[in-house]
Each structure stands twice: as structure tokens, then as C-alpha cells.
Design a protein around this ligand. Structure first.
Ligand code: URP
Ligand code: ZN
Ligand code: ZN
Ligand code: ZN
Length: 508
């Protein structure tokens, strides 16, 4: 089929499970620096039956074990991307990467798990879940689901409970933007936060003031600004900061933990910093495009070039990128996603005469591990341990699947990468593995190369070759009441008892 040819062009090989390089086998990784978020140590790693069996020095094994020499290299947990959109329908089209091609590309870049956003069907969560289960059937790496909430009624409320208790979903996302489509109002946000809290599920927000964005877009069109730069001008950072601050304050009012997705501006980051300083449980997720790009691309005179950078919130002016990097390094922001939402230039061209019709989204699932290593570790802003924390461990902790994921410990899933810090990478649309004809990181080079990816105990990426198995990826159930909820009941009890303290009034 033509789909198969596409994978071949991208250099992806299918492999029947049970044979060859990609079958789950016994693997020994020797002499590398094993990096976990809590510690780095030179040790061997022994893998059997898809899990880490031992981490210690001088492990002796039989002849039937594949031995990988990692001397002088870093052995780290595979990346977990907390924010992707594979096979998502957007503005009458569908992203070019489905679960299989997007995941194959991810594996070539050292990411071994992702969490995708299920979009309800006509407001039905269960119908949405069913559709996404189908999309994910050919998965070649492990994945989990967040669920988007687009409207509010008794059914939605009941279905949220079913998603958490029966379907392994422990997070719900609310869009404060995309008026007329996914956007919700404050009333729904309050209902949603309350429900999330009672279920031990994490509330997530896309933070932009959707009404103001709508107004800003009208303003640009009236001024005759119809190109991609209009996207930038119509939704400035102040609208992201406003919604971030509002979301944070409403979460505080419900005393519920909050996760802000794709923090793109210094302004929004400062709102998160302020809330965290006051003790509020707020997580901030920068994405790769916000960390390493600026808005110059959006202003490119060539439409095709400019349009590929259109995503929301917009990639900001130079300066925001460095501020977000510093915040990540300081721990003000906690983990890095991609918002991978890949669209080709034909799809982007739907908006040739009107930037509002350009489908939003950029790539990143394949590039994240390399770009974050180069921008944060190679630059000296972050240690390898902190790199593991922001690319893998913190995501596993937040979504309550640690240490099965996010660590190289005896008993953890064998999702492991070997990164050579002395090798370099170069990104081009010609050589990438995603299905898009463009790449927002075109021409980027840097230090540090993922030379081997092991997913579920299989060597799926080595010597520049991908060998993936459709259907080998597993759905990872994520239980509710992760660490962000620990001790929260104390705060609620204290709050309630403060309300019940009688007010003494004097009789006149
Ligand atoms: O432009 C973006 N970010 N597209 C994906 C959907 C979303 O808002 O996360
Ligand atoms: Zn081929
Ligand atoms: Zn979003
Ligand atoms: Zn997104």
C-alpha cells in the first residue's frame, strides 16, 4: 500500500515479533554512565523479558545475550512526551502523523512513551476513547491518554468518573481558547476542577483568553493583515498570561492541582512562578518549540515557511525562549513536552489568504530529546540527571506511573536510550522520520546523539536504522491520586475547620 511505501521512504522497517534485532530479548548494556533523576553512576544494565533485571557493576551473562558497549556514553530512561496529538482531526483535516508513524519517529529520537489527548465525539468521552483506541491499534511504543473536556452536563461528569475508574485516564484538559470549537467558559472550568479534584485526576489547561483572541483576529483582518504574522499579532503574550493567571486562581479557589500545558511566554511563566512561590501546586510544561525557537519564522516572507510555525499559543519573540530555559533549569517549570501536531505544507496552505484557516501545530516528537540535551545540558544549564527528570521522570511521577516508567531500576520497564555526548545531530525534513514534508527545526545541529533506543526490551533504533513492530506498543493505565494530591486533604480539612469556627458577635 502507499502507506507502507511512505514508511519505507522514511527508512522504517517492519519486523515480525519474535525474530531479529527488534524482538524482545536479553540485553546487557556495559560500562555506561547510568543516569536517573536521583543519581548517576557507572554500571551495567541487564534487561530480560522487557524489564530491567539488574543495575550493577560487572554483570556476567551467557552467550545468548546481546551486549551493547556504552563506555563513555549516557544510559538514560527513554523520553516520555507528555503532550502529543497523533492522528488528530483539526480544521477539516487530520495530522499527518498517526500513532504508528509518530511513534516510530519518536523512537528514532529517543522517546519511548507519549501521552496523547483524546478528543470527545460530540461531547461523548466514551465515544472519543473508542475512536482513539482504534487510532492506537498499530502502536509501536507505549502510550497513555489524557481526555479533553469540551462541554458540561451530568453525562460528562459521570463519564469522567468512568474514565478514571475503569479506563486508566488520570488527567483532563480544558481549552480556554479556540472560541466556537473547543473553548469552555469559567463556569465549566470550575465544575471541571471540582470534579477532577474529587476523582484525584489532574486538571490541565490550554491557557489563552479565547474571547480576546477572537477579537484580536478580527482586528488583524480589518487591518488587512492576513498572513501568518497576523497569527502572532492577534494573540499576544498578555492573553496567555491572563488565562494562565485566571486558571491558576480558579484552581486555587478549588484547592486542586493544576497543569499548564505549552507555556510559551515569560509572562505566563511568571504567573506560574508566583503561584508556586505561594505554595500552590501548579505544574508548568514548556514545549521544545517555545524553548528553542522564536517568532522570526512566522514573519518569513515565504508563506510556506511562515505557516509551518503557526501554533497556539504562538512561538514568541526572541528572549522568551531564554527565559523559559532559565525557568526550566531553576525548577520553576518541571517537564518538557512537544505538542507534536504535524501538518504538511498542503494542509498549512488552507490558510494562504487568511491566517485563521492555517491549521495550528508544529512537530517535535522526534527532535525533543536532542534539542533539550543541546539547549540545556550541552549549554551547561542543566545536569544529565536534571535532563532525565525533565524529559522522563517528572512526567512519570506526575501521571503516577513511576518507577515502572521514568527510571532505570530493577523492575522498571526496559525503555532505555544510549546517548553519545561526543556525537552530533542534524535535523532536516529529508532525513526525519515523521510524515511531514517540513520541519520547524530544519537545519538545526547540535551535540549529543541518541545512538540506541530500547523500547519494551526491544532494540528499535540502532546504527541509524529503525526496526519497529506495529501493535507492540502497550496502553499504559495511569492511576488517580498521584503525588500532587498527597496531603491535599489536610489543607481541605484546615480550610473547612476555619469556616466552621463560630464568629462571636456582641449583643448591643
Ligand atoms: O497549535 C497547537 N498547539 N495545536 C495543538 C492543539 C493544542 O492547542 O494543543
Ligand atoms: Zn524500507
Ligand atoms: Zn493547546
Ligand atoms: Zn496540544
Amino acid at each position: 500500500t502507499s502507506a507502507t511505501n511512505q514508511f519505507c521512504e522514511a527508512g522504517i522497517k517492519y519486523e515480525e515479533s519474535g525474530c531479529g534485532l527488534s524482538s524482545s530479548s536479553k540485553i546487557l548494556i556495559t560500562g555506561g554512565t547510568v543516569v536517573n533523576a536521583h543519581q548517576q553512576v557507572i554500571a551495567d544494565v541487564y534487561i530480560e523479558e522487557g524489564v530491567v533485571a539488574a543495575v550493577k557493576s560487572n554483570i556476567k551473562v551467557d552467550d545468548d545475550v546481546i551486549v551493547l558497549d556504552a563506555t563513555g556514553k549516557f544510559v538514560m530512561p527513554g523520553g516520555i512526551d507528555p503532550h502529543t496529538h497523533l492522528g488528530m482531526d483539526v480544521l477539516n483535516t487530520t495530522t499527518v502523523d498517526d500513532f504508528f508513524t509518530g511513534q516510530a519517529a519518536a523512537l528514532a529520537g529517543g522517546t519511548t512513551m507519549h501521552i496523547d489527548f483524546v478528543i470527545p465525539v460530540n461531547g461523548s468521552l466514551s465515544a472519543g476513547l473508542k475512536a482513539y483506541q482504534k487510532k492506537a491499534e498499530d502502536s509501536c511504543m507505549d502510550y497513555g491518554f489524557h481526555m479533553v473536556i469540551t462541554k458540561w452536563n451530568e453525562d460528562v461528569s459521570r463519564e469522567m468518573e468512568i474514565m478514571v475508574k475503569e479506563n486508566g485516564i488520570n488527567s483532563f484538559k480544558f481549552f480556554m481558547a479556540y472560541k466556537g470549537a473547543l473553548m469552555i467558559n469559567d463556569e465549566l472550568l470550575l465544575e471541571g476542577f471540582k470534579k477532577c479534584k474529587s476523582l484525584g485526576a489532574l486538571a490541565m489547561i490550554h491557557a489563552e483568553n479565547g474571547d480576546a483572541v477572537f477579537e484580536g483576529q478580527k482586528r488583524m483582518i480589518e487591518l488587512g493583515i492576513t498572513g501568518p504574522e497576523g497569527h502572532d499579532l492577534s494573540r499576544p503574550a498578555v492573553l496567555e498570561a491572563e488565562a494562565t493567571g485566571r486558571g491558576i486562581r480558579l484552581a486555587s479557589f478549588s484547592n486542586t492541582p493544576l497543569y499548564v500545558v505549552h507555556v510559551m511566554s515569560r509572562d505566563a511563566m511568571e504567573e506560574i512562578a508566583k503561584a508556586r512561590r505561594s505554595g500552590q501546586r501548579v505544574i508548568g510544561e514548556p514545549i521544545v518549540s517555545g524553548l528553542v525557537l522564536n517568532n522570526s519564522g512566522l514573519w518569513d516572507p515565504d508563506f510556506t515557511t511562515a505557516a509551518k510555525f503557526v501554533m497556539s499559543p504562538p512561538i514568541r519573540a526572541a528572549g522568551h525562549d531564554k527565559a523559559l530555559q532559565a525557568a526550566l533549569s531553576a525548577g520553576v517549570l518541571q517537564l518538557v513536552g512537544t505538542d507534536h501536531c504535524s501538518l504538511n505544507s498542503t494542509q498549512k496552505a488552507f490558510g494562504i489568504n487568511d491566517f485563521r484557516k492555517i491549521p495550528n501545530g508544529v512537530n517535535g516528537i522526534e527532535e525533543r530529546m536532542h534539542l533539550v540535551w543541546d539547549a540545556m545540558v550541552e549549554s551547561g544549564q542543566m545536569s544529565p540527571s536534571d535532563y532525565v527528570r525533565v524529559t522522563s521522570t517528572e512526567c512519570a511521577r506526575i501521571f503516577n506511573i513511576y518507577p515502572k516508567k521514568g527510571a532505570i531500576l530493577a523492575g522498571s520497564d526496559a525503555d532505555i536510550i544510549i546517548l553519545n555526548p561526543n556525537s552530533s545531530f542534524k535535523i532536516t525534513a529529508k532525513s526525519h522520520h515523521t510524515n511531514s514534508d517540513t520541519n520547524v527545526y530544519e537545519g538545526f545541529t547540535g551535540k549529543g546523539k541518541v545512538e540506541v533506543t530500547i523500547a519494551g526490551g526491544r532494540i528499535v533504533w540502532a546504527n541509524g536504522e529503525l526496526k519497529v513492530v506495529p501493535g507492540s506498543g502497550k496502553y499504559i493505565r495511569m492511576p488517580p491520586f498521584g503525588y500532587l494530591f498527597d496531603g491535599l486533604d489536610r489543607a481541605d480539612a484546615n480550610y473547612l475547620s476555619s469556616l466552621r469556627a463560630p464568629v462571636k458577635r456582641f449583643k448591643s
